[in-house]
Design a protein around this ligand. Structure first.
Ligand code: ZN
Length: 326
């Protein structure tokens, strides 16, 4: 069923028009203006205001801010794409349970409300992980098979195959954090025991190695391990082994060319990538089959010089109105 935003039309065709992508997080909105040729022509960062009205008005402010800074009239804006944390119905653009945005169980029709604010420009809304996966695929080369693995509060992946996002029939594709790996493991928030997320997420790391010096727990853990602290070495090894297991699972499920590490823990950068590569090579050392897949060579860090989720949101919005390929 087409939503009201699908039916809205802008005066310029998508091929000539501009697209805006917004990555709406709990504290800030990152926005990009994408030109007719697909290049990023402007970026913007604004604080997010909470609650349904706050989210709509701050998102609208981000869109007009991007257009004004580039001197682009709103008539040339053909689509807006938004990525948000929480449960999203991409068909209706409705959002629920975005706790970090002050949005509760009641469905909040972000797409249609933002479209109204912008004079009827079509707006698409998707989960932030999905738009990050699409953005990572775009900056990696477009028509690729890729998994974007977010190591954050939870553990989940966005799956792009042949350059197209795969959500699955109920939107659960890539929810690998809730695959149980130990029936005697800790109870997970989902109700199962020993879920991969209870070992490989930023939350799991922080529980085993809480921040003691006011810096992010992953940085403190990796530094303590590098300094020779035996317990830190153990906790770090258990964590990276679990992350490597998640990567192996994604490659064995989807045979993706790239696994891109994102989320808060990925800010560790090269030390994380190196440690994960060692763990993957150890896992493959007894298996010629695993070794032949060269999994460690497929792992990348999410680029930090490009607002990947905002770029992906712009692409998702543009595709919704034009069915453009990457
Ligand atoms: Zn679970």
């Amino acid at each position: 069923m087409a939503s009201s935003t699908d039916e809205a039309t802008a005066s310029a065709s998508p091929a000539q028009g501009y697209a805006v992508g917004l990555d709406v997080g709990g504290t800030k909105i990152l926005g990009v203006l994408v030109g007719p040729d697909g290049s990023v022509e402007g970026t913007l960062r604004l604080p997010t205001r909470w609650g349904p009205e706050g989210v709509v008005s701050s998102a609208a402010e981000a869109v007009t801010g991007l257009l004004d800074a580039a001197g682009v009239p709103v008539e040339r804006l053909t689509s807006v794409g938004v990525g948000v944390p929480g449960l999203v119905d991409p068909a209706s653009g409705g959002v629920q349970h975005a706790v970090n945005l002050g949005i509760d169980a009641e469905t909040f029709l972000l797409a249609s409300l933002l479209s109204e604010h912008l004079g009827g420009v079509p707006v698409s809304v998707d989960n932030d992980l999905n738009v990050a996966a699409l953005g990572a695929a775009s900056v990696t080369g477009g028509d690729v098979d890729l998994a974007f693995l977010a190591l954050g509060t939870g553990l989940a992946a966005g799956i792009v195959l042949g350059g197209e996002l795969r959500r699955g029939v109920s939107g659960a594709a890539g929810e690998i954090g809730h695959i149980p790996v130990d029936p005697r493991g800790p109870l997970c928030a989902c109700g199962q025991r020993g879920c991969l997320e209870t070992y490989a997420s930023g939350t799991a790391l922080g529980a085993r190695w809480p921040s003691q010096h006011g810096r992010p727990a992953p940085a403190e853990l990796f530094e303590a391990a590098a300094g020779g602290d035996e317990r830190a070495v153990l906790v770090k090894n258990e964590f990276v082994t679990a992350v490597a297991a998640a990567i192996r699972l994604l490659v064995l499920s989807y045979d993706v060319e790239h696994v891109v590490l994102g989320g808060g823990v990925s800010i560790l950068g090269a030390p994380l990538l190196d440690a994960v590569a060692v763990a993957l090579e150890e896992q493959a050392s007894s298996s010629p089959f695993l070794a032949s897949l060269e999994i460690a060579d497929r792992v990348r860090l999410c680029p930090t010089d490009v607002p990947v989720a905002a770029v992906g949101a712009a692409l998702a919005g543009r595709r919704k109105v034009s069915k453009w390929k990457l």
